[in-house]
Design a protein around this ligand. Structure first.
Ligand code: ATP
Ligand code: MG
Length: 578
């Protein structure tokens, strides 16, 4: 499909981008040169939490707002860097008094309340490994993660803890449950966050960690199978900090809103570590998505930089311009997207609705930070993920690890030498090893690079469709579908077919005012045939009210396929019930 280049010009920017020249920066880039962006203790020791908040609490930023928190019920609270530093010190003392030490696993199972951010930082300060889980997880999902990680402490609330008690017997390593919203201990063995925090000192001697020591762990989205416990080191914050500066373009005067939950890596790297490391003021919204709520948050907090995901953007698009126009969104100056391929259509819509293009970027839980991105200083080719971050070497290779020429589809791989690459898969060394081959880190995604060095996502390796001898990437078919005026979202799979090998089947949701019909189905098929290619149109179309998605908003093609073929649906712990 043809897309229109979005040329960058001075008019698009109210301020000069942090990264002014991508090519030049890339050429001279060495990670070592940027260590001075962080604060180290003596002997090269460090702590990611110290870099995220405490160093600012010791600087002119100490009374600057670090966190604007908007509760699900519309109440708000503000925290300065100094307050976050002291509160997380207190929490570190609570853990220390319980006997928690370096390397222990401490897990958070909370909605996006301030206690989640405070306990995450406090855990890192003790040298323990912090783990996060989405508040929507049920007992089975919790069991998998708490059992595999061997968490000693769980921080949760009075409602969510009941799910843990359903499986508590099967968690021999879990010693303590800290409940954040109960004044008094209600159950034997529980600990009241409030009581302990009141008693705890606001001074804490932060553990001086080696940059390679483990800081946090989390389980991947589970889009393709059982979630894996990915471990990241303290030094990952260097990449998170630099990408927050150069990709998200965060500046001191910005109010920044990352919509991701810390149950997902984006919420850790870009609403706790990398973002705060730059000293920016961040918004956290506890509640659920709704177009009105989201727009009103941008208006209320005068958000300047907004980092969100394709699902949300498509939902806003579906809600229509009339909703968007009710709000003053003129504070926005720069907007980004991650987590799923961003079809060109929502980018064009963003230009209309906000006067700004969404900047797509690509990475994975295993990557620890943004890996391929669109930058403020670089023209956008809608539908492309952009170019590798300086310090990241990406390539497209065949199955033997040989580089393929521009334009040719293959495996998206990376030289495993970027600073925030995962350090292990918890209790699963075999799985860890399986990521590497022929000197490459293998992402599991298929892509191609064009002659200008831009990378284009094709699909997950498992999702690529082979039809009548041709390989078809689900992303380009989905993008063609989404550009049809009646369609909001599309998920495409290959369905086994005796003649063609596979046929393309599309599951779609329609926009307001459109109803499923045979006529519409034919029209959609014709539309894809003419806009994309004769062989790449969906032979079968199914209209759905909503598509199955992970909690982080990714379409679960694996589930669509399993349902279609009547196969077992596998692990669905991260499935969002929209
Ligand atoms: P699992 O590995 O458990 O199946 P997952 O891969 O969905 O889950 P994440 O690490 O959260 O878990 O997601 C990374 C994947 O998301 C990437 O490998 C890619 O397939 C997809 N992705 C993320 N960002 C983008 C993007 N900008 N464009 C296209 N795909 C993206
Ligand atoms: Mg993955």
């Amino acid at each position: 499909m043809k897309t229109k280049l979005i040329k960058k010009n001075k008019k698009m920017f109210k301020v000069k981008p942090n990264l002014e020249n991508y090519e030049k920066t890339r050429k001279n880039f060495k990670w070592k040169k940027f260590y001075n962006e962080l604060d180290f203790f003596e002997n090269g020791k460090m702590n990611a939490a110290y870099n995220a908040v405490d160093r600012h609490a010791k600087s002119w930023r100490k009374n600057k707002t670090a966190l604007y928190w908007e509760g699900a019920d519309g109440t708000g609270k503000k925290y300065t860097f100094l307050e976050l530093s002291e509160l997380s010190n207190k929490f570190a003392n609570v853990l220390k008094n319980m006997g928690i030490k370096k390397g222990d696993r401490v897990f958070m199972f909370l909605t996006r309340v301030p206690e989640l951010y405070i306990s995450f930082l406090g855990t890192l300060k003790t040298g323990a490994i912090a783990g996060t889980m989405f508040a929507a997880f049920g007992p089975d999902a919790l069991k998998d993660r708490l059992q595999n990680s061997g968490a000693k402490v769980l921080i949760t609330n009075s409602e969510l803890k009941e799910r843990v008690y359903k499986i508590k017997k099967e968690l021999p390593e879990l010693e303590h449950i800290i409940v954040v919203d109960e004044e008094k201990v209600k159950r034997k063995g529980e600990i009241s966050y409030k009581q302990e925090m009141e008693k705890a000192s606001g001074d804490f001697k932060i553990q001086k960690m080696s940059p390679e020591d483990y800081a946090f762990m989390l389980y991947t989205s589970g889009t393709t199978g059982k979630p894996k416990g990915v471990i990241h080191a303290h030094i990952a914050i260097l990449q998170e900090h630099l990408t927050a500066k150069w990709v998200l373009d965060l500046k001191d005067e910005d109010v920044y809103w990352c919509t991701a939950d810390p149950g997902w890596v984006t919420g850790i790297a870009y609403s706790i570590l990398g973002s705060w490391s730059t000293g920016v003021s961040s918004v956290v919204h506890e509640g659920r998505f709704s177009p009105d709520t989201w727009y009103s948050i941008i208006e209320k907090y005068k958000v300047n930089v907004w980092y969100t995901a394709p699902t949300a953007i498509r939902m806003l698009m579906r809600a229509g311009d009339s909703v968007c126009k009710k709000y003053d969104l003129s504070s926005l100056r720069y907007i980004c997207s991650v987590g799923e391929p961003l079809n060109p259509e929502p980018i064009y819509w963003g230009m209309k609705a906000f006067g700004l293009p969404f900047h797509d970027n690509w990475w994975q839980t295993e990557g620890g930070g943004i890996l391929i991105a669109n930058y403020p200083c670089m023209d956008i080719k809608p539908g492309s993920m952009g170019k590798p971050f300086p310090g990241v070497n990406a390539a497209i290779v065949d199955d033997n690890g040989r580089k393929l020429p521009p334009g040719q589809e293959g495996n998206l791989v990376l030289k495993p030498n970027w600073i925030s690459i995962m350090r292990k898969i918890w209790r699963n060394p075999k799985k860890y090893d399986s990521y590497f081959g022929n000197g490459w880190y293998i992402s599991g995604d298929r892509a191609f690079m064009d002659k200008d060095g831009y990378f284009w996502f094709i699909g997950r390796a498992d999702d690529v469709i082979k039809t009548a001898g041709e390989r078809v990437g689900p992303f380009e078919v989905e993008s063609a579908l989404v550009s049809h005026p009646a369609i909001v979202e599309a998920g495409v799979i290959g369905k086994p077919d005796p003649i063609r090998g596979e046929i393309i089947k599309a599951f779609i949701t329609l926009g307001k005012g459109h109803k499923p019909s045979k006529k519409l189905e034919d029209d959609i098929k014709k539309f894809v045939k003419t806009h994309l290619a004769g062989h790449a149109y969906p032979k079968e179309i199914e209209f759905m009210d909503k598509l199955p998605k992970t909690r982080s908003g990714k379409i679960m093609r694996r589930l669509l396929k399993a349902k279609e073929l009547g196969l077992p649906i596998g692990d669905t712990s991260t499935l969002e019930e929209y």
